[in-house]
Design a protein around this ligand. Structure first.
Ligand SMILES: Cc1cc2nc3c(=O)[nH]c(=O)nc-3n(C[C@H](O)[C@H](O)[C@H](O)COP(=O)(O)OP(=O)(O)OC[C@H]3O[C@@H](n4cnc5c(N)ncnc54)[C@H](O)[C@@H]3O)c2cc1C
Length: 337
């Protein structure tokens, strides 16, 4: 039944419903969809768009986690420890090489000057797949088609994130933790506000985080002074947009800073600081998306470029999927994870 919608966009659905001329609705949908699918109403796959738009409906809905998204990451970490998983921090994987004789992957990583080697039957690669080929030592010609696919993945967006703090009394009262508005220059501005007593700001103060999408290429290939100039320029422009929207006096900011795709690249090692995985357009959504299986023996993918896409909860779902697939290759099918 849903098959015929596989290649349709959200705009096709609007046409079916006779709402394709409703500019106000289109503007609203563009704002909502960009956050989830990284695409607008014309390019978001219909089935993906319908799923994400109904996520906020009762009785299920979306939640603001107490102690922020960090709470979810900490819970995952705790649960891994309980199953005796060993988590190693501050190690950077530099290369992955498959030993055909031993049927093992050799993983070379470094922490500071120290070089470590690990061996594994299966490797799950969770950073964006655009960086995978740089790590593979042996890029066999027979996988040329797959490599070509990775090389030609659409270029995802980057983000500018404005982090700030101010006294609660110094901005208008907003009855939600999240707020989104359109600015002519930036498009969508997505705002997250802390709640009194949630641990993110001292009592009487709030944190205000605003994020916008940006083209990653606009932030690379700049000399240091050009980069700093541009960063300050955007910091001030975003401050001004927020000051106008929320009646904030420019001297009332207690703290302001901005991160750019260059910051995200340095912090997370995501190529060019890209955020949020692949845009969920009809050419790359669902059956046409990247699978967690790869043609390389024992090498798997998960993370926000793999179904169901971005978000801490979404990538946990793709991790669950890939672990079930690996267990199935070992003949283990009935298990509770
Ligand atoms: C501004 C912003 C706000 C967001 N807000 C939310 C939100 O409120 N809720 C939500 O659910 N999602 C949010 N997201 C999306 C969410 O953060 C991502 O979709 C999610 O973190 C992706 O997880 P991942 O595991 O696929 O990739 P990553 O989070 O990038 O994890 C990959 C990990 O691999 C590590 N790594 C990379 N290369 C190497 C290497 N060579 N060696 C060793 N380790 C390596 C990285 O350091 C990283 O820890 C937001 C994203 C952005 C940019």
């Amino acid at each position: 039944m849903t098959g015929f919608l596989l290649k349709s966009s959200m705009f096709d659905l609007l046409k079916i419903c006779g709402s394709d001329k409703d500019q106000r609705l289109i503007k609203f949908l563009n704002l909502q969809l960009k956050l989830y699918s990284q695409e607008n109403v014309y390019k978001t796959a219909a089935l993906y768009g319908c799923t994400v738009l109904q996520m906020s409906q009762r009785p299920h809905g979306l939640w603001h986690l107490k102690d922020s998204m960090q709470a979810l990451s900490s819970a995952l970490e705790e649960s891994l420890k309980q199953t005796n998983a060993k988590i190693l921090f501050n190690q950077k994987v530099n290369s992955l090489e498959y030993d055909v004789q031993k049927k093992l992957w050799e993983i070379d990583s470094s922490s500071g000057d120290k070089v470590n080697k690990y061996y594994a039957h299966d490797v799950i690669y969770s950073p964006p797949p655009q960086g995978l080929l740089n790590l593979l030592v042996d890029k066999k010609d027979k996988y040329y088609k797959y490599q070509n696919r990775l090389n030609n993945l659409p270029k995802p967006s980057g983000a500018l994130v404005f982090y700030s703090a101010l006294k609660k009394e110094n901005m208008i009262n907003i009855c939600s933790n999240h707020y989104q508005f359109i600015s002519e220059e930036f498009g969508s501005l997505f705002i997250s506000l802390s709640e009194e007593g949630d641990g993110r700001a001292p009592l009487g103060e709030i944190t205000l985080i605003a994020s916008i999408f940006t083209r990653t290429q606009d932030w690379f290939d700049l000399e240091k002074d050009q980069y700093i100039f541009k960063k300050n320029q955007y910091l001030n422009k975003i401050s001004k947009a927020l000051e106008e929207k929320f009646n904030i006096a420019s001297e009332d900011w207690l703290h302001r800073e901005l991160s750019t795709p260059r910051s995200f690249e340095r912090w997370t090692n995501r190529p060019k600081g890209i955020v949020g995985g692949l845009g969920q357009n009809p050419d790359i959504f669902g059956l046409f998306g990247l699978s967690s299986r790869t043609p390389f023996e024992g090498l798997w993918l998960c993370g926000d470029s793999i179904y169901p896409g971005e978000g801490t909860a979404g990538v946990s779902q793709s991790a669950l999927m890939v672990s079930k697939q690996i267990l199935a290759t070992r003949g283990i099918k009935n298990f509770n994870l």
